[in-house]
Design a protein around this ligand. Structure first.
Ligand SMILES: *[C@@H]1O[C@H](CO)[C@@H](O)[C@H](O)[C@H]1NC(C)=O
Ligand SMILES: *[C@@H]1O[C@H](CO)[C@@H](O)[C@H](O)[C@H]1NC(C)=O
Ligand SMILES: *[C@@H]1O[C@H](CO)[C@@H](O)[C@H](O)[C@H]1NC(C)=O
Ligand SMILES: *[C@@H]1O[C@H](CO)[C@@H](O)[C@H](O)[C@H]1NC(C)=O
Ligand SMILES: [Cu+2]
Length: 248
């Protein structure tokens, strides 16, 4: 039995309906502000917000939803995060509560200014992905499970921008896919604007690129999954959908 501390009860109650997303970003010691879907409306014109607008932390439920790219409405940000190719970027999440499913970080070249770039046109490539670390699909240790801070504090997710990536403006897209509801996947995507500096010259080849929506479908057993079904939840491998990660 757990002692019935008030904070625990509040936390469990919150958990039932809770969703979340990337709220801020850090590069080294510098913080960058995301868009707070429950914050003031003056964020829309704020010159310091680096993230595309999203208005609810309720997930997207359709693999082919247009808003899967950069959430809804996905309006471009005014600012961008300066980063050197080869540096790490950390997505800072508010309390995260879901435990099963893959997590992916994608980038896409804006071929110019991200403020006028339509995410429908993006060729996305993965810079990182995190899946089932050990154990079974239903009960094992997913990165997503390890990502939950049971004290309710923010969760941090760090990935590396490949050192050889050519300089330019890019979208970065953090995506958590939660698979705890049988055959009802939940997508939690957020996009931010990046200004990549450095002397890199490379871009990922075609085999690393994907369209979003497009890369996921309900015909994929990794997406349309019932983790509680016999013979499914007890498996110890999970193949993260999409192209391979581009490491430069
Ligand atoms: C796509 O997702 C948005 C945001 O969750 C939702 O408002 C909209 O109804 C969805 N569109 C479709 C076609 O399901
Ligand atoms: C990026 O993060 C990884 C692990 O989180 C760490 O091993 C690596 O040294 C970091 N790289 C840089 C350039 O900070
Ligand atoms: C994100 O940053 C805002 C300020 O810009 C802060 O109020 C908020 O607590 C931060 N959220 C997290 C989860 O770090
Ligand atoms: C998983 O469950 C199925 C169906 O219940 C069973 O036949 C199979 O042996 C189990 N596999 C493992 C590795 O436990
Ligand atoms: Cu949720």
């Amino acid at each position: 039995m757990y002692p019935l501390f008030a904070p625990l009860i509040a936390f469990l109650a919150y958990r039932v309906s809770a969703h979340g997303g990337a709220l801020n970003y850090t590069v080294g010691d510098t913080w960058y502000s995301g868009y707070d879907p429950y914050g003031p409306t003056d964020q829309d014109d704020a010159p310091y917000i680096v993230q595309r607008k999203w208005v609810t932390n309720v997930p997207i439920f359709e693999a082919d939803n247009k808003s899967l790219a950069c959430n809804f409405p996905g309006t471009p940000a005014h600012a961008s995060i300066p980063i050197n190719a080869g540096e790490n970027i950390t997505g800072v999440y508010g309390m995260w509560v879901h435990t099963v499913g893959p997590m992916l970080v994608w980038m896409a070249d804006c071929s110019g200014n991200c403020r006028t770039f339509d995410a429908d046109k993006a060729d996305w490539f993965k810079i990182g992905e995190r899946g089932l670390l050990e154990g079974t699909i239903e009960e094992g240790m997913w990165f997503q499970r390890a990502f939950v801070n049971w004290d309710g504090g923010p969760s941090l997710w760090t990935e590396n921008v490949p050192a050889s990536l050519k300089a330019g403006n890019y979208l970065i897209r953090h995506e958590i896919i939660s698979l705890h509801s049988a055959n009802k996947p939940q997508w939690y995507p957020e996009c931010a604007h990046l200004e990549v500096k450095g002397s890199g010259t490379k871009s990922p080849g075609k085999e690393y690129l994907a369209k979003i929506p497009g890369v996921y479908s309900m015909n994929q057993p990794e997406i349309n999954i019932d983790i509680y079904a016999p013979g499914v939840g007890n498996q110890t491998t999970y193949k993260i959908p999409g192209p391979p990660v581009w490491t430069g």
